[in-house]
Design a protein around this ligand. Structure first.
Ligand code: BG6
Length: 462
């Protein structure tokens, strides 16, 4: 109701949802079509095409009923068996649902139609479970039917990373270790765990945000130009980035990772409770709501350039951004100014909110004295395009309907992502003593600042 239905409403408003298409909500909560329609805030023409079917995920008979209902709805709407099965299920349930869909024949594509399945993260909770899930999935669906969704890839500002890099010739020659000092990727949220305690307290922030969204941002920033945007080339290049991430050793687990949990604090005017006092959260929970990592992509382009990743809940404000920090000038010719007095260039991709891009550079301050001031060139999405970017889910659901998997994840990427994080998970599994607390409304624990301070750097987004 928060993401998917509004996205479908948006598609319909843009005439991208075929007039004969219908939506069948499926869930455990007993509901009639009318109750479901009450929950969907949609224009009447779409509401009339919303239906609901109560299911028991485990029960094979449920799926026979579901199939019969779909066939009937297909007949009434004169649609030819073209189905998107969207599994917005709790992680523990996905596997059984997939198995039952297979056994009931609901996964099979008929002659004149197709069936596609959309799965949400987390794709397993580590490498082994991701592989197991894949085994089940590929026993039921052909790979071409599977759409693993990461809504960050549907964001216009995220796709713009590729346009910025590959539609402009001037950045490519400097997009490497010769000119770039380091990269920071931050996804800060001011929201807490909200009503998702049951999910989050078993998952934690590393699995919820880093294994997917942040590593995708890393890939888009660091990848080589694919020969075209075709899905196989795009996905190949992203896998190559993860394959090049220098494996962390157990000692790196301690040196290169930070895990934090929010304590009570204040965000704006709102006094908020700590994570352990949130409804549904264990009073001694050691689950992290904040993560910072230092990774290196050990290839020709990036060797020696640290990528700092940071994500957290209940931080000072909501902001997702990528900062590309360029190197300082090698020496100052602007005597008496020394090189250290000149601020190195910086590119700042503000992914959300206040979407835009900023390039910082040095200018001469007016007057006879030689003084240098940092200025910025600014691109503001809303100003340039007359409004905020479109919704990520709408774009991705449309892509599923069109059969374009470019913005979806491939299994090998998911496995590489788990491999990158395995040493951190391993290190964290032994001992929760290093769980650092931070007041809600701050930028995370002091350990996060120290992570960069060890490299004589600091977080630039704050
Ligand atoms: C989801 C996570 O994938 O992304 C949530 O499960 C998080 O915990 C959300 O709040 C953030 O998405 P966005 O689009 O608001 O940045």
């Amino acid at each position: 109701s928060r993401k998917l239905l509004p996205a479908l409403v948006q598609l319909q408003a843009g005439n991208a949802f075929h007039e004969r298409s219908y939506i069948l909500g499926v869930g455990r909560t007993p509901m009639r079509d009318a109750d479901f329609r009450e929950r969907v805030q949609a224009p009447v023409e779409l509401l009339e095409r919303c239906f609901f079917q109560v299911v028991d995920y485990e029960d094979a008979a449920t799926y026979a009923t579901l199939a019969a209902r779909l066939n009937e709805l297909d007949r009434v709407h004169t649609v030819a068996h073209r189905r998107v099965l969207y599994l917005a299920t709790p992680p523990g349930v996905a596997q059984i649902v997939v198995e039952r869909l297979g056994a009931s024949g609901l996964s099979s594509t008929s002659n004149d139609g197709w069936v596609r399945v959309v799965l949400e993260k987390p794709f397993g909770s580590d490498l082994a479970s991701a592989k197991r899930m894949h085994q089940v999935l590929s026993g039921v669906f052909d790979e071409s039917q599977i759409y693993r969704i990461d809504h960050y890839l549907g964001k216009d500002t995220v796709q713009n990373l590729l346009v910025f890099r590959f539609a402009n010739a001037i950045y490519e020659p400097i997009w490497n270790r010769n000119y770039i000092d380091h990269v920071q990727i931050s996804v800060a949220e001011s929201e807490g765990v909200g009503r998702r305690a049951g999910y989050f307290d078993r998952t934690g922030l590393l699995r919820d945000m880093v294994q997917n969204h942040l590593l995708q941002l890393l890939c888009l920033t660091a990848m080589e130009p694919p020969c075209t945007m075709h899905e196989c080339f795009m996905r190949d290049e992203k896998v190559q980035v993860l394959a090049a991430v220098a494996p962390l050793s157990p000692a790196d687990g301690q040196r290169c990772s930070v895990r934090g949990q929010y304590a009570a604090g204040q965000i704006g005017d709102e006094v908020v409770r700590g994570y352990r006092s949130e409804p549904g959260i264990a009073a001694d929970s050691a689950i992290e709501t904040f993560t910072a990592l230092r990774l290196e992509v050990d290839n020709w382009r990036w060797q020696g350039v640290p990528f700092y990743l940071r994500a957290g809940k209940r931080l000072a404000r909501r902001s997702s951004e990528i900062v590309v920090q360029f190197k300082a000038v090698p020496a100052s010719v602007l005597q008496p100014l020394i090189a250290a007095q000149l601020t190195p260039n910086r590119l700042h991709f503000q992914l959300q909110p206040a979407e835009g891009i900023q390039l910082r550079f040095e200018t001469k301050a007016p007057g006879p004295q030689l003084r240098v001031r940092t200025a910025a060139m600014q691109f503001n999405y809303a100003e340039a395009f007359g409004g905020p970017p479109p919704d990520a889910y709408a774009r991705l659901l449309l892509d599923v309907m069109l059969g374009d998997a470019t913005l979806f994840l491939r299994q090998d990427w998911i496995e590489h992502a788990w491999t990158v994080l395995a040493p951190v998970l391993e290190y964290w599994s032994h001992d929760a003593r290093d769980l650092a607390f931070y007041p809600a409304g701050s930028w995370g624990p002091a350990e996060s600042t120290q992570l960069l301070a060890r490299d004589a750097r600091e977080w630039l987004a704050k």
